[in-house]
Design a binder for this molecule. Sequence first.
Ligand code: NDP
Ligand code: MG
Length: 385
Amino acid sequence: MSMKTIAVLGSTGSIGRQTLEVLRAHPELGHVGALCAHGNAELLLAQALAFRPALVGIADEAAADALRPYLPEGTHLEVGPQAATVAAALTEVDTVVNGVSGFAGTEPLLAALRAQKTVALANKESIVCAHKLVDEALRHGGKIVPVDSEQSAIFQCLCGGAHSEVKRLWLTASGGPFRTLPKERLCAVTAEDALHHPTWSMGAKITIDSATLFNKGLEIMEASYLFGIDGARISVLVHPESIVHSMVEFSDSSVLAQLSRPDMRLAIHYALAWPARMPSAFGALNLAEAGKLTFEAPDEERFPSIPLAYAALAEGEVLPIAYNAANEAAVARFRSGEIGFCGVFHAVEYAMAHISRGTIRTFADILETDREARSLAEKAMEKKI
Ligand code: NDP
Ligand code: MG
């Protein structure tokens, strides 16, 4: 197999740093053709000096000054909000790791697919918001290999049968830090409490999403769009040990599961080695040590993020975008202490109820809905309506 040339978008984040760790341990997977971040010039520079990519991209123009004079000679520096999109479509790159956080990952995903790249997709907000344009872009010949652990598990389990033989996707969820917290205490938790995830170490936004279960809601939609399975055939199962990463049930009632230690480097390694399986330096699973695997149904009353996701998925036009945008706006305010934990549920519920309905056809339509949903969420949060 020929060496891959890899663009790492969001290289300074949790997924990006782990991707570079995997490539450091496994140079046989490929080499780095581009690195891209938002504003962390210091770490981006250190990465650029270590991996010597053809292109370095940084979205924040002020931060670029701390980078420009120190880059190795011959490195192209792309500065501005388009940087990740430029890196995603770079001619010499064939594989793009999308580890940008939030809605900002959307244009790079579309650009990479249109340029026929293979995208190792960690960013889920993009496919939730732009699933229609993603379907269109995939016709150009690009591919998506999921990095999100649940979707990677399903992707792997789907090899066990034909698409027409799939009865149900079972998405597992850790349940987050408040899995057992009574309803009357849930609204009083702080951002600091929410940032202590029991099994995974991730970026701040997805860690909050794991506490509210908005992460699982986004993944219900992500799974539906990645695998072409409607919401009625996707279920969530809380599994606090985070060892079974998800499952596929087939028509004969046989269920295939994918298991590993909760370590994103394994899912990243799988996506970069795909379509091959290659030896990995990371975390062999010891089930005797793990001992017990437990499962329970999610509590949709304490976590309305789950039923709201099914409602958004059933509509499939503006609601997935509104769900995501309102959540992003609310997570930012929750992190800065301006709203409480349950305020996040309320903001999303309000934005979904009041968003202008219509059909999504273009990226401009997505942007417009995204902006409207953010301002509806702000209104709900300011006036506490
Ligand atoms: P982080 O917040 O740790 O990192 C985000 C990265 O994106 C940073 O490198 C940041 O740069 C960069 N970035 C943000 N905005 C832009 C932009 N406009 N242009 C270019 N780069 C940008 O997030 P995570 O790594 O935790 O998550 C990334 C994505 O992967 C999310 O969509 C998340 O849901 C998904 N995911 C993450 C998992 C995890 O374990 N972390 C697991 C499964 C999915 P800077 O540092 O300069 O701000
Ligand atoms: Mg996940």
